[in-house]
Design a protein around this ligand. Structure first.
Ligand SMILES: [Fe+2]
Length: 383
């Protein structure tokens, strides 16, 4: 078989055979139940397992995203939903400021139908570092990201608010190859289609209660397994199959929904007249991949630093929470860099933004010293 597939070779029967597999709860020993073939975890069990058997747990999660249904829900990931509400308020403030300036367009919806915040990661940190820290101190986000991507992942966030009457998306796959035309996708050999899935993890934090009538994401378990799937999601037979087989789960505020970016999915229609559905979409990239969005991580960490330091000094943020915030905010990878000016330090890889931030907090550097160090690191890495 050719390693370069074309859209003419897709086969909806083969797709259906993959997508109709059952899910065996016994394959996911840390899970609580399987609902509509989506694996459901309870945050408490994950928190306990990540401390005592992290590698076994990450292996289970990786297997679920790769060979299993490809999608999971974590219930009650934010037991204190006030943390979510405070961050929603930050998002509302950003939306209000931006909508006063410009009408934002979405990839799959009419302009104005949804409210979006691009680069919500940096904007939220700059708008309210306090809220950012308490929100991203949740280690479950990093657990899921690391299980799929390994360490040094690069998080981005986009907020989506689907207004009453907001229409469903077309089923699709996501970044990387999900954002290319069939012609471009066909130029990539099939092993790179698989690699594309491994370079990103798609996640969402539910910021509102999402009963089915508000249109939580439609999902097709196992659809990530269909190898030429990036060439198939625009095909009418596949769209029809999705329409009759996709599943949808109601979510509670503070639930997480994470899935393989190769999974066929689509936001649902909001059939209510008065309920706004808000999700913070986390698109998390491998250290080895190019994220879709640029984030000015220097500005982001400088915005966070004074409050991060204060919370650590006052005992309001433990080591686990600190590491979680650092992992979601600072640059975790040493490359690309300028090897003339930024040579390897204590091993093979030069210092990263995450290591610098960790050192500064541990040694209680004043902001001015940290600012200088961030600028020096940036200058060293430029060619
Ligand atoms: Fe998507």
């Amino acid at each position: 078989m050719s390693l370069f597939a074309s859209a003419a070779e897709i086969d909806v029967q083969a797709f259906a055979a993959l997508c109709e597999q059952p899910v065996n709860l016994a394959d996911y020993p840390h899970a609580q139940q399987v609902l509509n073939r989506v694996v459901i975890y309870h945050a408490e069990s994950l928190r306990s397992a990540m401390r005592h058997e992290r590698r076994a747990l990450m292996s289970e999660l990786h297997g679920l995203f790769r060979d299993g249904p490809g999608v999971l829900v974590v219930r009650n990931a934010y037991p204190d939903t006030d943390v979510i509400d405070r961050h929603s308020e930050v998002f509302r403030q950003i939306i209000a400021e931006e909508s006063a300036r410009v009408v934002r367009a979405d990839h799959f919806a009419r302009p104005g139908a949804n409210q979006r915040i691009w680069n919500a990661l940096q904007k939220a940190a700059e708008c309210s570092p306090d809220s950012f820290i308490e929100y991203y101190a949740n280690p479950l986000l990093g657990l899921l990201a690391e299980a799929w991507l390994g360490p040094y992942f690069q998080s981005t966030a986009q907020v989506n608010v689907v207004t009453p009457g907001g229409q469903a998306q077309q089923p699709h796959r996501d970044y990387h190859l999900g954002f290319q035309s069939d012609e471009v996708v066909a130029r990539f050999p099939l092993p790179l289609h698989r690699l594309s899935q491994n370079l990103t993890l798609q996640g969402a934090v539910a910021h509102t209660y999402m009963p089915l009538e508000t249109g939580p994401t439609l999902l097709l378990p196992f659809s990530q397994l269909y190898e030429p799937g990036y060439l198939a999601w625009r095909d009418q037979d596949f769209i029809d199959y999705f329409a009759s087989h996709a599943t949808q789960l109601p979510l509670q505020k503070g639930d997480l929904l994470f899935f393989n970016p190769g999974l066929f999915h689509a936001a649902g229609t909001n059939r209510t007249t008065d309920q706004y559905r808000m999700a913070n979409l986390l698109q998390i990239s491998s250290a080895f991949g190019k994220p879709m969005e640029t984030v000015n991580r220097e500005r982001l960490v400088l915005a966070l630093y004074p409050l991060l330091l204060k919370r650590v000094e006052q005992g309001e943020l433990d080591q686990e929470g600190l590491e979680a915030v650092i992992a979601m905010s600072a640059d975790g990878y040493s490359f690309p860099t300028n090897l003339d000016t930024d040579p390897p330090l204590h091993g093979m890889a030069p210092q990263t933004g995450q290591q610098l931030l960790e050192q500064a907090v541990q040694e209680r550097w004043p902001l001015a010293r940290f600012t200088q160090a961030v600028e020096a690191l940036r200058a060293k890495r430029l060619a």
